[in-house]
Every structure is written in C-alpha cells, then in structure tokens.
Design a protein around this ligand. Sequence first.
Ligand SMILES: NC(=O)c1ccc[n+]([C@@H]2O[C@H](COP(=O)([O-])OP(=O)(O)OC[C@H]3O[C@@H](n4cnc5c(N)ncnc54)[C@H](O)[C@@H]3O)[C@@H](O)[C@H]2O)c1
Length: 253
Amino acid sequence: MSINLTGKAAVITGSARGIGKAIALKLASLGADVVISDINAEQAAATAKEIASATGKRAISHAGDISKLDQAEALIDACVKEFGHIDILVNNAGITKDTLLMRMKPEQWDAVIAVNLTGTFNCTQPAFKQMMKQRSGAIVNISSIAKDGNMGQTNYSASKAGVVGFTKAVALEGASRGIRSNAIAPGFIKTDMTDAIPEAIRSRMVKMIPLQRAGLPEDIANGVAFLSSDMASFITGHVLEINGGGFQPASAD
Ligand SMILES: NC(=O)c1ccc[n+]([C@@H]2O[C@H](COP(=O)([O-])OP(=O)(O)OC[C@H]3O[C@@H](n4cnc5c(N)ncnc54)[C@H](O)[C@@H]3O)[C@@H](O)[C@H]2O)c1
C-alpha cells in the first residue's frame, strides 16, 4: 500500500522554508494541493511557485501571522475558498527565544507561547469546524523533543508539551467525526533554526544522537505524510518521535 493524497487539500503553517517547506513538498508530491502559509509573504510565494512547478499540483501562498486568531481564520478560509475543503492541517510554524529561566523576559515567554501553542489553537479551531462538517480530516502538530524539558528553553519546552496535550484532547473531541489528531516530536533537524546554534554546540549535539547524524526536514515530512494518510486511519492521539534514537544530554560528557 502506498500513500496517495490525490484530491486532498493541505494547509501547512510556517512552510516558506525549513521543515514546513519539506512537508509541503512531500504532501504535494504524493498528490495533495497545498497552501503555503507563512509570516514571510515573499518567501511563501516563492516556495508555492517552486512546489507547483516541481509537482504539477496546485500550491497557493497565504501570508499571515498565525499567533493572531483572525489571521489564522483567514488562512483556513483561503484554503476552503480555493480548494473547497481542508483535509490536512499541519501546525508547523514555530519560533525559539532561548535563554535561562533566570534571565527570561516576559516578552520572550509570551512570544514563544503565542506562536507555538496559541498559534496551533488558532489554526486548529477553524479547521476543526470545517472538518466537523466534512466528517473527516487529519491534523498533525509539530511538537519537539524539547517537550520533555531542555536547558534554556523553558518557554519552548512548555509550548511544545502544551502542543502534545492539545493534540490528545483534539483527538478525543474529533474521533467520532472522523477527525484524527497526532503530533510529531522531532529531534535535532538541520534547518535555518538549528543553523543559528553555534557550530561547536551543534556538533556535540549530533554526536549524542544514537544514529549519529542530524535529522533532515525530509525525515519529518515522511512522518507527516504517513500520519495524514489513510495508512494511519487507526492512529489518533499519538506522538511520533523522529529523533534518530533520542537525544540524551545526561550522557553528553
Ligand atoms: N529544526 C529542529 O531541529 C526542530 C526540532 C524540533 C522541532 N522543530 C519544530 O519544527 C517546526 C519548524 O522548524 P524549522 O526548523 O523548520 O524552523 P524555521 O525557522 O526554519 O521555519 C519556521 C517557519 O515558520 C515561520 N513563522 C514563524 N512565526 C510565524 C508566525 N507567527 N506565523 C506564520 N509563520 C511563522 C517562519 O517565517 C519560518 O518560515 C517548528 O515548530 C519547530 O519548533 C524543529
């Protein structure tokens, strides 16, 4: 059995670049029409164009800030207007503002919770309403290995643990209507986000990964393709860990 998403419409937040872009490309290459959603309008438009020409599927871009409910609602509306339905929502947009708890400013806390956690709620609620009408849909939320706690990431860890609880609650509320809700918790993935980490720390992190390499955006995209497809039709409320075998800071030195 292979994955075929022909006829499906997917919204992927934060998909102008990085993991989101790889997810959008994967879903389109498996047959889905996609909405490239990002706060960076120019990059979103360029990515939509690139994916449409690479896959022959319809790819539109929608610029907006998912931490604002009205903008998230407009995003889901745009998908339904363009494609008539929304079958897959991938809540991928996320930010970090790392610092130790002792130094964390309320603005750093608020910004990360607003995008990573509230943004997930903002996009899911309008999509869920539409999926309830359709009596089908698949939601995949991008959490993180940091959901279990990471130094210097109290804000980010709290947001990503929140995403897991949210995912499981949505799974229960959606199950009787054919809506599945799952999460992926990526480990260390090579993207612009992690390229911002100093090289010395990055290579130390990679050495701690049992499979001895950084993950690639495509590793996460493959998981999303599976969870959003009919191959996962009996899977809901699950958190798929894609991390090369775990990241074990305790055994670092
Ligand atoms: N890279 C990793 O190692 C890693 C590990 C675990 C989890 N994650 C998660 O995966 C997701 C993608 O990460 P990435 O590494 O590709 O990051 P990235 O920074 O490369 O891409 C994130 C995208 O989200 C967009 N974005 C940011 N704020 C937004 C907002 N308010 N509204 C709409 N779009 C917004 C950005 O413009 C960007 O295009 C994030 O949720 C991140 O927390 C990443």
